[in-house]
Design a protein around this ligand. Structure first.
Ligand code: PHE
Length: 334
C-alpha cells in the first residue's frame, strides 16, 4: 500500500529522471521487481491474493512511468496543431527620437567641415553661463524669470543656453578651436505649443587667426543647404547678444513653400533658426585667449525649432510626451 502511494506521487522534470525512476522501481532489481523475487517465500495459501496485488502494483508502476515519459516526448514535438514551419511573431523595433535624428544630422554636417563635438554640464555656475560671456551684472537674462536656480544658491543653476560650453572649452583649449556643443537647456518659461522649459540647442564655435564674418556666413550657408536643401537661401539680420559683436539672427527661406509663403513661415517666406556673431574680444580675454591674436565666430540654434520646421510639427510638446503614435512616424527618417 505504501509503495503504491509512493508510485502514484512520482514526478520527474527531465527524461533522464524518468529513466532513473524506471530503474528504481520496475527493473529486475527495482523495488517492484524485488517483490516478485520475494514471492517465492509467500505461503502457498496466500500466493493467489499476493500475486494479484503485486501484478496490480506492477501495472500501476508501468503506467505511471510511461505517462511521465509521454509527457516529455510530447513536449519535444509540440502538439499536433502547432505548425513549426510558421514564421515567429515579428518583434517591433524602437525608433530613434526625431530630436536625436536631427541632432545627429547637424553633427554630421558640421563634421564634414572639421567641427568636433564637445559637451558640458547641465548644472552650471554663474561664471560659465553669464559672467564669462560678458553679461553685465544687471542683465535681465539673469533674472529669476528665465533661470532655474538650484537650492536658492545664485551660483548653482541650470544652464539657459549651450553657450556655457563655449566658455568651458576656451578656458581649457588654445586655438585653433572648431567644435559644436549639443545639449539640453532650461528656461523658466510657461509651456505652450511653441515654448517648453526644457529644450535642446547646438552651439558652434570657431576660433583661430583671421576668422572673419565671411567665414561665419559661408559656414552657415553650407549648413543650411545641407540640412534644408540646396535651393535654400539665408538672410542675416542685425541683433544683439552680450557675447558676440557684431551679432545677427539668421533666417532660412521656408523649406515648406520654397519662400512663396505658407502658414509655417507665416506668409513671410523666411524662418528664423539661429543666433550668431563674432565672439566678443572681451569673452576671448575672460576665457584666457589672446584677443589681439585670435578672432572667432559662434552660433547657437534650437533643435526643437529646426525639427518642427523640417517635419512640419505644430506643437513642441509632442517631443516630450513619448506617444509612440508620434514617434513611430520617424521610423524611416534615418
Ligand atoms: N545663446 C544664444 C541663445 O540661446 C544663441 C547664440 C549662440 C547667439 C552663439 C550667438 C552666438 O539665444
Amino acid at each position: 500500500k505504501q509503495l503504491q502511494d509512493e508510485i502514484e506521487a512520482l514526478k520527474a522534470s527531465t527524461k533522464e529522471e524518468v529513466e532513473e525512476l524506471r530503474i528504481k522501481y520496475i527493473s529486475k532489481k527495482g523495488l517492484v521487481g524485488q517483490l516478485f523475487a520475494d514471492f517465492k517465500t509467500v505461503p502457498a495459501e496466500q500466493k493467489k491474493a499476493v500475486g494479484q496485488a503485486i501484478n496490480v502494483l506492477k501495472n500501476k508502476a508501468l503506467d505511471k512511468i510511461n505517462e511521465l515519459k509521454d509527457s516529455f516526448d510530447n513536449a519535444d514535438q509540440g502538439d499536433a496543431a502547432t505548425d513549426l514551419s510558421m514564421p515567429g511573431e515579428p518583434m517591433r523595433l524602437g525608433t530613434r527620437h526625431p530630436l536625436a535624428i536631427v541632432r545627429n544630422e547637424i553633427i554630421e554636417i558640421f563634421g564634414r567641415l572639421g567641427f568636433t563635438v564637445a559637451e558640458g554640464p547641465e548644472i552650471e555656475d554663474d561664471w560659465h553661463v553669464f559672467s564669462a560671456l560678458n553679461f553685465p551684472p544687471e542683465h535681465p537674462a539673469r533674472d529669476m524669470q528665465d533661470t532655474f536656480f538650484i537650492q536658492k544658491d545664485p551660483d548653482v543653476l541650470l544652464r539657459t543656453h549651450t553657450s556655457s560650453v563655449q566658455a568651458r572649452v576656451m578656458e581649457k583649449t588654445q586655438p585653433p578651436i572648431r567644435a559644436i556643443f549639443p545639449g539640453r537647456v532650461f528656461r523658466n518659461e510657461a509651456i505652450s505649443a511653441r515654448a517648453h522649459c526644457i529644450f535642446h540647442q547646438i552651439e558652434g564655435l570657431y576660433v583661430d587667426e583671421n576668422v572673419s564674418f565671411a567665414d561665419l556666413k559661408q559656414t552657415l550657408l553650407y549648413f543650411s543647404r545641407e540640412l534644408f536643401g540646396e535651393k535654400t537661401q539665408i538672410r542675416l539680420r542685425p541683433s544683439y547678444f552680450p557675447f558676440t559683436e557684431p551679432s545677427a539672427e539668421m533666417d532660412v527661406s521656408c523649406s515648406i513653400c520654397g519662400g512663396k509663403g505658407c502658414n509655417v513661415c507665416k506668409y513671410t517666406g523666411w524662418l528664423e533658426i539661429l543666433g550668431c556673431g563674432m565672439v566678443d574680444p572681451n569673452v576671448l580675454d575672460l576665457c584666457g585667449i589672446d584677443s589681439k591674436k585670435y578672432t572667432g565666430f559662434a552660433f547657437g540654434m534650437g533643435i526643437e525649432r529646426i525639427t518642427m520646421l523640417k517635419y512640419g510639427i505644430k506643437d513642441i510638446r509632442h517631443f516630450f510626451e513619448n506617444d509612440v503614435r508620434f514617434l513611430r512616424q520617424f521610423e524611416s527618417a534615418y
